[in-house]
Design a protein around this ligand. Structure first.
Ligand SMILES: Cc1cc2nc3c(=O)[nH]c(=O)nc-3n(C[C@H](O)[C@H](O)[C@H](O)COP(=O)(O)OP(=O)(O)OC[C@H]3O[C@@H](n4cnc5c(N)ncnc54)[C@H](O)[C@@H]3O)c2cc1C
Length: 506
């Protein structure tokens, strides 16, 4: 599997295969030797000296330092198909322990990879050069919830769902809700600026983080931002670190903003004959000054995937589905429900249904959250992208994706957040082999080019990690990439925090 070998971190099998391939071509023997020396160099960097482990153990104890093969293997994956074995796993319980680890990692030049719940889908939490996996999941306390300021202070290992539950008990709401919210951590959400269905109305993780405690790559503990609901002192380091995919600093505490829990929530389903009606429908809704809490769409292939999994009858000819959440107070909601239903019908909906019990709502959202997995069933290969375009360009993007998928003989399912133009493009194939992987890569490149041409971005929420770095230049200009690399250097001059992520060759 060439794709795996590209990222392999030792020169056992990788080195030998590369050597063999190049050697048999005779001309490039010298190049093979240089390549192997380079691989050896990389391995040397990731060797963790006994002395390092001894010092770390003296400083933080041996309870949460692991090097046994089973434990290393348990930390070799994330939400991608790739696996990379770390050399060590450390699971600290305090900011001070994280700081001590980073001071030693700096002294010994050992790469450290922060890791939350490992649901990331672009490889951000993988130890691609070996080194230390720093699991933040033991730091999982909700430190405080302030009902007057409407803020909460949380550790990074808190699972998004647990924060939702805890604040909702007090009549408060933390809106960011990635589809992985039952498993992903707040630290991972911050590092990826995670979004979700309800981010259309309420914004993404970024909009809710007021301040953080972070550990810099050299072990310095620093506060960013504020504990108050606003503040403008100095550069906005909080927002620089949010979405930086664990490459600038390790988040060990966050103060998040909360809002009042909406009184009531209802869900409508509207079935349309095709995707073209979507933008007009959204325009109709916003023109009526209605902002749905969520506005998710499923294309015909995705509708067929869930047809038999939801208890709600899907009209036989329906090909495109809109799931609309409305939230607010009862009277206002009733008016909005009628208006939105009419707008859908005016724009060609075949039918509009109300999920009239919380059980039905939950059931529907459960199916929607698992759609990624359902699409994968029956396919040996899947490549998923999360491109985002201006809303009115969604139909053009989807038609383009379908054409590109056909060209490369791939199946294509599209679904996503209509309200913020975020389209999850899922390319699948019954087989997984080099040809299919290569075809999907070409297809992804064309999809990214189309997205940028339509005024969009190549990632709305999943980030770049290792899977998209070769396409970074499609969207970002060279000066922008160079400036960002300088920022990384200012935070991490030795490149020990999550090296090899976001920027090609980093
Ligand atoms: C089924 C499924 C559905 C998903 N749906 C969505 C969705 O709707 N919206 C969305 O945005 N994403 C979604 N994702 C992607 C993923 O869940 C998010 O990116 C999530 O924020 C990752 O959180 P995590 O705790 O799993 O982080 P990890 O995967 O462990 O790490 C992700 C990145 O964060 C860094 N990191 C982790 N913790 C810290 C920390 N404390 N300090 C610094 N860096 C850190 C890691 O180094 C890595 O680069 C989905 C994934 C799956 C599998």
């Amino acid at each position: 599997m060439w794709r795996h070998l590209e990222y392999a971190n030792n020169w056992g099998l990788t080195g030998l295969i590369k050597f063999y391939l190049i050697f048999t071509q005779k001309y490039f023997m010298l190049m093979a030797l240089i390549l192997m020396l380079y691989e050896k160099e990389k391995k040397a960097m990731t060797n963790i000296p006994e002395e390092f482990i001894k010092k770390l153990t003296q400083q933080i104890g041996d309870r949460f330092i692991f090097s046994d093969p089973e434990k290393l293997e348990a930390y070799n994956f994330d939400g991608t198909d790739f696996t990379f074995l770390p050399n060590l796993v450390v699971e600290p319980e305090t900011t001070e322990e994280v700081s001590k680890l980073m001071k030693l990692a700096t002294e010994y030049r050992v790469p450290v990879i922060p890791r939350g719940a490992a649901t990331g889908v672009t490889g951000g939490a993988l130890a691609i050069h070996g080194g230390i996996i720093l699991s933040l999941l033991r730091m999982n306390k909700i430190i405080s919830i302030d009902e007057i300021d409407m803020t909460a202070v949380v550790q990074p290992g808190v699972i998004n769902f647990d924060l939702h539950e805890a604040v909702e008990k007090k009549g408060l709401y933390y809106p960011p809700d990635p589809a992985s919210y039952e498993t992903s951590s707040i630290g991972g959400n911050i590092a990826e600026d995670a979004g979700g269905p309800h981010c259309y109305k309420y914004g993404t993780t970024r909009d809710y983080v007021l301040g953080m405690k972070v550990v810099l790559p050299d072990g310095t503990i620093m506060n960013t931002g504020v504990q108050t609901r606003k503040g403008v002192v100095g550069f906005d380091l909080t927002n620089l670190i949010i979405g930086s995919e664990g490459t600038l600093a390790i988040v060990t505490e966050a103060t998040v903003r909360l809002i009042p829990l909406p009184g009531k929530i209802i869900t409508l389903l509207a079935f349309f004959p095709d995707i073209h009606a979507l933008s007009a429908t959204l325009y109709g809704i916003t023109k009526n000054r209605i902002v749905p809490a969520a506005l998710e769409f499923l294309d015909p292939a995705s509708v067929n995937t869930i047809r038999d999994r939801i208890s709600i009858p899907v009209p036989k000819d329906a090909s495109t589905l809109l799931i609309i959440d409305l939230d607010g107070e009862s009277e206002e909601l009733d008016r909005q429900m009628v208006d939105v239903g009419e707008i859908c019908l005016d724009n060609g909906a075949d039918d509009v249904l109300l999920a009239d019990s919380s059980g039905k709502r939950q059931g529907l959202w459960d199916v929607r959250r698992k759609l990624r997995d359902f699409i994968k069933e029956g396919s040996k290969f899947k490549r998923a992208e999360d491109v985002t375009v201006p809303i009115r360009k969604i139909p053009e993007l989807i038609e383009g994706c379908e054409e590109i998928a056909r060209k490369y003989e791939l199946m294509n399912h599209n679904f996503g957040h209509l309200g913020d133009g975020n389209v999850h493009v899922n390319l699948t194939h019954k087989q997984k082999n080099e040809q299919v992987i290569g075809q999907a890569k070409y297809a992804a490149k064309e999809i990214f080019e189309l997205t940028v041409k339509l005024g969009g971005t190549i990632s709305g929420e999943h980030g770049i990690g290792i899977t998209k770095q070769e396409f970074l230049g499609i969207e970002l200009s060279q000066p922008s990439i160079e400036l960002q690399k300088k920022i990384k250097q200012a935070f991490d001059p030795l490149n020990i925090l999550n090296p090899g992520k976001i920027f090609p060759g980093s």
